[in-house]
Design a protein around this ligand. Structure first.
Ligand code: NCD
Length: 300
């Protein structure tokens, strides 16, 4: 990769992505081969927002590489509660660790943090901004299940606040992929992301109804409405529960449609989808470990 810090999927070229995915596949085949690769290295986990998968899979990945982790703990139990600035927090943690994984509610937080420290900063989600490591495991899952050749992907749900969507859309511009975005009008992709996709020459279409495009899809990437990012709870209620798929709807889809979701899901994928061959979201979450092992081994 060209940069030590991993802040945005925009910094990733096709070669960068393929190198990480290839390495992750090797690690998935033979994890024992890298069991000591990061012996003596420590990774700081700084999560200012809730996380299950991202934090635990970074922790697991680091330990499976023979390294260790130091966890800031919750905001409630750290000095952030006393009013410490992000810059001061990361400058202190830099002295304890060899790299920092940061999740923060403010867009731009990872970029800002990276300007204050010399150890690599890995963005694990900055508000409604970016989530590039999720994108790497999403791409890995897409490659394993559908491949990038002639791929038609639908990305549905909260396209406005969904950082996994923004990162994935940017990364997919490196491949010859047709991207369909499905959301209510009020949760369209932000103008800046649409602009970038347009500039890159990506094939992009927007829809408000999943039925308009379902039959053409090879991959359907469903996302949660990001309730915590709505300035007004009423606005959330207006869109909540509108974009939901179930097993019956998927009867109209291609037999080999891959259904993905970064998780956690609320109600946007009915539980009856779990038993279908389409459901790939738990496999996707498990892929977080080899993919983050590959990333950490490269960045650290
Ligand atoms: C996502 C996130 O935090 O952006 N979760 C994750 O990292 N797998 C998606 C979400 O919270 O909806």
């Amino acid at each position: 990769m060209r940069h030590d810090h991993l802040i945005s999927a925009k910094q990733l070229s096709r070669d960068d992505i393929e190198a990480v995915l290839d390495r992750a596949a090797e690690i998935a085949d033979d994890p024992g081969a890298v069991a000591d690769a990061q012996d003596g290295t420590l990774l700081g986990l700084c999560f200012f927002e809730p996380s299950t998968r991202t934090k635990m899979s970074f922790d697991t990945a680091m330990k499976r590489l023979g390294g260790g982790t130091v966890d800031m703990g919750s905001v409630e139990s750290s000095s952030v509660k006393k009013g410490e600035s992000l810059a001061d927090t990361v400058r202190v943690i830099e002295g304890y660790t060899d790299g920092i994984v940061l999740r923060h509610p403010s867009e731009g937080a990872a970029k800002l943090a990276s300007e204050f420290v010399d150890v690599p900063v890995i963005n694990a989600g900055d508000g409604a901004g970016q989530h590039p490591t999720q994108t790497m495991l999403d791409l890995y899952t897409i490659r394993e299940n559908a491949g990038f050749e002639d791929l038609t992907i639908g990305i549905m749900g909260d396209l406005k606040y969904g950082r996994t969507v923004h990162s994935l859309a940017h990364a997919l511009t490196n491949f010859d992929v047709s991207q369909h975005f499905i959301s209510p009008e009020s949760l369209r992709l932000p103008r800046s992301v649409r602009f970038d996709l347009h500039e890159s020459g990506a094939q992009v279409r927007e829809h408000t109804e999943i039925e308009d495009v379902l039959e053409a899809l090879d991959v359907l990437y469903v996302t949660r409405i990001q309730r915590e990012r709505f300035p007004d709870e009423n606005e959330y209620r207006q869109v909540a529960g509108q974009y939901r798929i179930d097993a019956e709807m998927l009867e109209d889809a291609k037999d080999d449609l891959t259904v993905m979701h970064p998780l956690p899901r609320v109600d946007e994928i009915a539980p009856d989808v779990d038993a279908t061959d389409h459901a790939t979201y738990f496999e996707q979450a498990h892929n977080g470990v080899p993919v983050r092992m590959a990333l950490l081994d490269q960045i650290l």
